[in-house]
Design a protein around this ligand. Sequence first.
Ligand code: 5AD
Length: 358
Amino acid sequence: MPQIPIENLDKDSVLAWLLENDEAELNRLWQKADGVRHQCVGNDVWLRGLIEVSNNCARSCAYCGISAVAPRSKIYLMDKTEIMASAKKAQEYGYGTVVLQAGEDPNITGPWMADIVRCIKREIGLAITLSLGERSDEELKMWREAGADRYLLRFETSDEKLYRQIHPDLGGPSNRIAQLERMRGMGYEIGTGIMIGLPGQTWESLANDIWLFRKYGIDMVGVGPFLESPGTPLAGELGKKLRASAGNNQVPSDDLTALKVIALTRLLCPDTNIPATTALATIDPTGGRTHGLQRGANVVMPNVTPTEYRNLYQTYPGKAGTHESADVSRHKIESQILSLGRTIGQGPGTSLKYLQQH
Ligand code: 5AD
């Protein structure tokens, strides 16, 4: 059998790599991805302090443990003082950025979040990443003007039919790709990503997802395995039905496939920032994060959310770091990075692609 090309990949080669399971061949992929990572984004691993601001969500995404259709846990919204204290902690730890993430909480209004963004900028001075779901242009512009630098919104799958089945409309139809494009126009650095092994996800659609990261010139790409959340539609009948519809073409939600996606994303988007995600660390607690960093990733997002809120922000069960303090997460992650002979990035860690264009 001829070897799968590793340079100038086209969509067929991406698909062939996704389906490859020969260890020697895969080593070729891992080495190439690590080499391109080293050459294009260097040895630094960037740390982003994650603050899980609210677990209240109005949306009914079929996979998510904090969606409106998931079994309700206690609802919380961090107040401004708590958010500022967490951001301060991120700064003390030397993280260059905070990521303010939440469900689509109706109590997170445009002006409320704009005020927090301004305060963090003024008093702490970190780069600010928002990850607050599908939002109106008015809110997005307000936050950008207040000083927000980046926005993360995963499109989850490029298969339109599957996307619609797992993202029920709220008001108007859900369209994350359109929002990503509009946010780019507003000057945000934009991040997206997908889940790997969603029920109904086929190998072809996964190859297309990776292709789109390049097509849209994404600055940050976060991917992780789908992990079934009890009580959600994908853990029940809908999940069964979608899996059956994909048949033999169903992508598994395992660490090997997630690592292939990270490596291929690095090859197609050489200067993009790619995190070794929490979902990867959850599915493989001992090796997930380090394997990600050795196969293309250059970012980790340590959690700085107060411990009392962490177990209420269970987008999926057994989320890595749920019972740790911010301090423990930091030490664990930093020692993993240093043990790989990598260095910890200093400063905001803006994507090289974004810097070249602005
Ligand atoms: N398994 C894995 N990832 C999940 N996310 C939400 N629910 C799950 C799940 N059950 C991911 C989605 C979302 C991000 C914040 O968390 O990709 O965009």
